[in-house]
Design a protein around this ligand. Structure first.
Ligand SMILES: [Zn+2]
Length: 214
C-alpha cells in the first residue's frame, strides 16, 4: 500500500481516491481547478514502520505469507520492538532480532513517553527476557497454538506490567482490547484501498462518520 488515500466531498458524497479525479464521479461536474467546498483530506494509513516504532507490540503478516498482506485470512506474526527499532520475535528456531521486514505492520504502543525509568531499561529487559529458557529451542518446543510468537509477546508484556505493580492481562483481554480494534481498522482500510486500485474511487453518501476514520 504505497499510495495515500484521500477523501474529498462533493454533492453530498464522500469520494475516496488516490488523486482528485477530473470530474466528480457522482454529478460529473469538473473538479480539477475548481474550488472544492472543503480541501481533500488525506487518510493516515493504519500501518506503521515497526523499525521506527520503539517499545511497541507489532503485528505483521507471517513470513510465509508471500503477498505480505492483511487480507483477514493470512497468518500473523507478532514481535516486540526495542527502543532502537529492532524487532524481537519468537519463532521455531528461537528469538530473532530483526532489523528489517517489519516495515508495514500494526503497532500497539506499550510505554507512555513519560515512563522514563521503563524506557531506560526496556532494551535490557527485552534482551534478558529473550535469552530465557522458555524461548530456547533446546529447552522448550515452539507450539503453533500454545507456545508461539504471541505467547512470547504477552509473557513479556505481563512481566513488565507486574514489575510496574499492575495486574497482568489474559490472552483474550489483551487481544480484544488492544489488537482487534486495530485489526478492524486495517481491514477496512485494506478493502477501501483495493477497491480504489480497481475502480479509481470509492463513493458513499456523506455521513458524519466515514467508514475508515470512524
Ligand atoms: Zn459532485
Amino acid at each position: 500500500m504505497e499510495c495515500s488515500v484521500i477523501r474529498l466531498t462533493h454533492c453530498q458524497k464522500d469520494i475516496f481516491c488516490f488523486s482528485v479525479p477530473e470530474k466528480c464521479p457522482s454529478c460529473g461536474e469538473e473538479l480539477r481547478g475548481s474550488r472544492l467546498l472543503e480541501a481533500p483530506v488525506s487518510l493516515p494509513s493504519p500501518l506503521a514502520n515497526g523499525h521506527k516504532s520503539s517499545c511497541c507490540l507489532l503485528i505483521a503478516p507471517a513470513h510465509d505469507n508471500h503477498t505480505r498482506e492483511f487480507d483477514g485470512t493470512s497468518d500473523l506474526h507478532t514481535g516486540i520492538s526495542s527502543t532502537k527499532g529492532v524487532v524481537y520475535n519468537y519463532t521455531r528456531t528461537g528469538v530473532r532480532r530483526d532489523q528489517s521486514g517489519w516495515e508495514q505492520c500494526i503497532s500497539v504502543p506499550l510505554v507512555r513517553p513519560d515512563m522514563f525509568h521503563l524506557l531506560a531499561q526496556w532494551d535490557q529487559y527485552l534482551d534478558r527476557f529473550s535469552e530465557g529458557p522458555m524461548w530456547d529451542p533446546a529447552w522448550h518446543r515452539f507450539d503453533d497454538d500454545h507456545h508461539n510468537c504471541f505467547s512470547f509477546c504477552l509473557c513479556f508484556i505481563n512481566g513488565i506490567l507486574v514489575a510496574e505493580g499492575r495486574s497482568s492481562l489474559s490472552r483474550d483481554s489483551f487481544t480484544n482490547t488492544f489488537i482487534l480494534p486495530k485489526m478492524r481498522r486495517v481491514s477496512k482500510y485494506t478493502m477501501l484501498y483495493q477497491h480504489i486500485q480497481v475502480h479509481q474511487f470509492y463513493m458513499v453518501d456523506r455521513q458524519q462518520d466515514t467508514p475508515v476514520t470512524s
